[in-house]
Design a protein around this ligand. Structure first.
Ligand SMILES: C[S@@+](CC[C@H](N)C(=O)[O-])C[C@H]1O[C@@H](n2cnc3c(N)ncnc32)[C@H](O)[C@@H]1O
Length: 276
């Protein structure tokens, strides 16, 4: 049985609750930092981030969205003024904050906030209103940089997550997303439909159990074009009408990993919120 399927999971659970349950289970949250793959991935992505953006320890305010226990935040912490983690799992957030407290770092410099899953699920409230509520929960802080590492594959809607992240950035702010790149031969099928490909002769990058349990929503990873498309839609990149080139968008492969026995690329995509 896959590690993703536990007694707490129901096959029919909606994705945010399924993720909350999964990452709240002590077995998962406690072991997150102990896994060499997670630590090494955070180190490599962090190295690429430090190369990509001129972080300033007196100025830069960073959002680490879907922060988990803070592996990515910790790589950046000494290079930024403030870093705020956000996650839907109270267990992961508690572990993040416990470590911050143990290191004697102040909450002003570094903290994580658990956001109610309901906030992301409430279809009776429109997205702009949800984004405003989230902003309020974060004390109205506007971010120079938002990062989201190895988490997009958990989100039910990457378009909506990207719009939310864009709404939390200052004008001129940068969004960096790192995740698994779909394997090229699978890209066209992947782009046509992210989540329902059971009839296609493809093998998922993530273990089957994770997808059935509603914990992994994008089992084939993402192609560059899909990510570019959602960044454009969220206003974080744009197509130049004359040249056809995409402005304010960056995409690079930062490292490789093994997922479910396959070698996969890990991409780092960048978008920039325009000045008003
Ligand atoms: C694989 S962990 C990655 C954590 C961290 N970024 C890292 O690289 O170590 C995925 C994280 O995404 C969080 N998560 C899952 N779905 C989410 C959602 N819809 N909104 C915010 N966070 C979510 C989980 O609780 C978990 O902490």
């Amino acid at each position: 049985m896959s590690a993703y399927i536990t007694e707490q999971h129901s096959i029919t659970m909606e994705p945010v609750s399924a993720n909350q349950n999964y990452f709240n289970s002590p077995n998962v949250s406690q072991k997150h930092d102990e896994q060499p793959l997670h630590v090494e991935m955070a180190r490599r992505i962090g190295k690429a981030l430090l190369k990509a953006y001129p972080f300033n320890d007196e100025q830069t305010i960073v959002l680490d969205f879907a922060c988990g226990t803070g592996l990515n935040s910790r790589v950046l912490a000494s290079h930024v003024k403030t870093i705020i983690g956000v996650d839907i799992s109270q267990e992961m957030v508690d572990r993040y904050n416990k470590r911050v407290a143990n290191q004697g770092i102040s909450e002003e410099e570094m903290r994580a906030v658990c956001i109610p899953g309901k906030l992301l699920n409430d279809t009776s409230v429109d997205q702009e209103e949800q984004n405003l509520q989230l902003k309020k929960l974060l004390g109205g802080v506007e971010f120079d940089v938002a990062i989201c590492c190895m988490s997009y594959h958990h989100f039910p809607s990457i378009s909506s997550a990207t719009r939310t992240l864009s709404s939390l950035l200052k004008p001129g702010g940068y969004l960096y997303v790192a995740d698994v790149e779909s394997i090229p031969a699978q890209s066209s099928a992947h782009e046509s439909n992210n989540t329902q490909q059971s009839d296609i002769d493809l093998e998922p990058i993530f273990p089957e159990g994770a997808c059935e349990a509603g914990v992994v929503m994008h089992k084939y990873g993402f192609s560059r074009d899909v990510i570019k498309g959602i960044f454009i839609e969220a206003g974080l990149a744009e197509i130049n009408e004359e040249t056809g080139q995409v402005a304010r968008f960056g995409y690079e492969i930062v490292t490789r990993a093994f997922k479910n026995g396959k070698a996969v690329n890990i991409f780092l995509a960048t978008g920039v919120k325009p000045f008003l």
